[in-house]
Ligand binder design. Structure first.
Ligand SMILES: *[C@@H]1O[C@H](CO)[C@@H](O)[C@H](O)[C@H]1NC(C)=O
Ligand SMILES: *[C@@H]1O[C@H](CO)[C@@H](O)[C@H](O)[C@H]1NC(C)=O
Ligand SMILES: *[C@@H]1O[C@H](CO)[C@@H](O)[C@H](O)[C@H]1NC(C)=O
Length: 317
């Protein structure tokens, strides 16, 4: 039964309907998610000319391309500042890189956010974390309180994922199109650029890791089988040893760099999944002006050259 103002009625119905969809699962989705990306020490560049820490721009584009805005989480800040950022953002990405996983500022800040995220999720305050390459390694160190990594021959190679039993129905992979899961299993489209890996052996022998993470995929360098995709059982924490952000956004001419349609699609689906998790977080900045000052748009990426390992970086002093 519609009153004369049919347009208003339809609008109301759409509103109610939208709300019903949004609250399914008890949460109204946050369609303006903001993700923090953790910066790390600038170990190879010129600290004076560039800045003492950096974020590779490919991670920023990767998240932006799936519907999020990005806030840099800088190292060497105060604990109060980190708590404030944590309560303002909807997820955290721990990127790849090459810092010490137990002594660096990167690892210290990662621990602060990891502990905050555990506490928040335990209190039903949904907060997802994504780790890529070093980010996966850092998460395993944080969970086990140990560095259990081992050297593998995986410095510049593209590999197909070896799916564990039932992994295609995991939270992470179940949203992927079936043909894409097939591509990931049979094509060499995941970029590996790492010297260190968590072997399946060390994962299986460590009770903390085994209880915390479900192994979704593994890979092998021909000698050692290592963990390549995980999701936590009880927390919205996800990690990949491979580099989904490289396929669409990095162009260094090296073996292991794959720009095929399937590789780029796989990249998008990982980011889209993580952003859909971040949409379940209700954190927000204390005001629009505080939010505006925090966003990455306040910084300009520096072009490093088409054949640099990172084509553009954000630097922070
Ligand atoms: C961080 O702080 C430490 C100690 O205060 C200092 O030695 C280091 O240079 C700083 N690093 C960066 C990247 O700012
Ligand atoms: C297991 O972890 C230790 C470090 O605690 C490391 O030295 C060793 O190489 C690892 N072994 C395997 C098979 O990954
Ligand atoms: C493709 O992956 C397999 C491992 O499944 C590996 O043996 C092979 O070297 C890879 N090929 C290329 C061209 O990287």
């Amino acid at each position: 039964m519609c009153p004369p103002a049919a347009a208003a009625c339809a609008a109301l119905a759409a509103l109610l309907c939208g709300r019903l969809v949004a609250v399914a699962g008890g949460l109204s989705l946050n369609n303006r998610p903001v993700i923090g990306i953790l910066a790390q020490e600038n170990l190879e560049g010129d600290i004076t000319a560039e800045g003492s820490s950096y974020i590779a721009a490919s991670y920023v584009k990767y998240l932006e391309g799936a519907g999020a805005r990005v806030v840099p989480v800088r190292i060497n800040r105060t604990n109060e500042e980190y708590v404030e950022i944590f309560n303002s953002i909807n997820g955290l990405l721990l990127p790849g890189g090459d810092v010490d996983l137990q002594k660096s500022q990167f690892s210290k800040v990662a621990k602060i956010f990891y502990d905050l995220a555990i506490k928040a999720n335990d209190a039903s305050d949904y907060f997802p974390i994504w780790g890529t390459c070093q980010g996966l390694q850092q998460l395993t160190v944080l969970t086990s309180n140990k560095n259990l990594l081992t050297l593998t021959d995986t410095k510049a190679v593209a590999l197909p994922l070896m799916f564990a039993q039932g992994a295609q129905n995991s939270r992470l992979f179940k949203s992927f199109p079936k043909d894409l899961l097939h591509s990931l299993a049979v094509e060499n489209i995941t970029s590996n650029f790492h010297s260190w890996s968590l072997s399946l052996q060390n994962y299986s022998r460590n009770a903390k890791l085994k209880r915390f993470y479900r192994v979704l995929t593994t890979n092998s360098d021909g000698k050692k089988e290592f963990v390549s995709t995980v999701e936590a059982y009880r927390y919205p924490f996800y990690a990949v040893q491979w580099h989904p952000e490289k396929s669409p956004f990095e162009w260094v001419d090296k073996p292991g760099m794959i720009h095929s349609v399937t590789a780029v699609r796989a990249s998008f689906y990982t980011a889209s999944f993580f952003i859909s998790e971040a949409m379940k977080s209700q954190h927000r900045f204390s005001s629009p002006s505080v939010e505006e000052k925090a966003l990455i748009y306040n910084y300009s990426p520096v072009y490093k050259g088409l054949y640099s390992i990172f084509i553009q970086n954000y630097y922070f002093s």
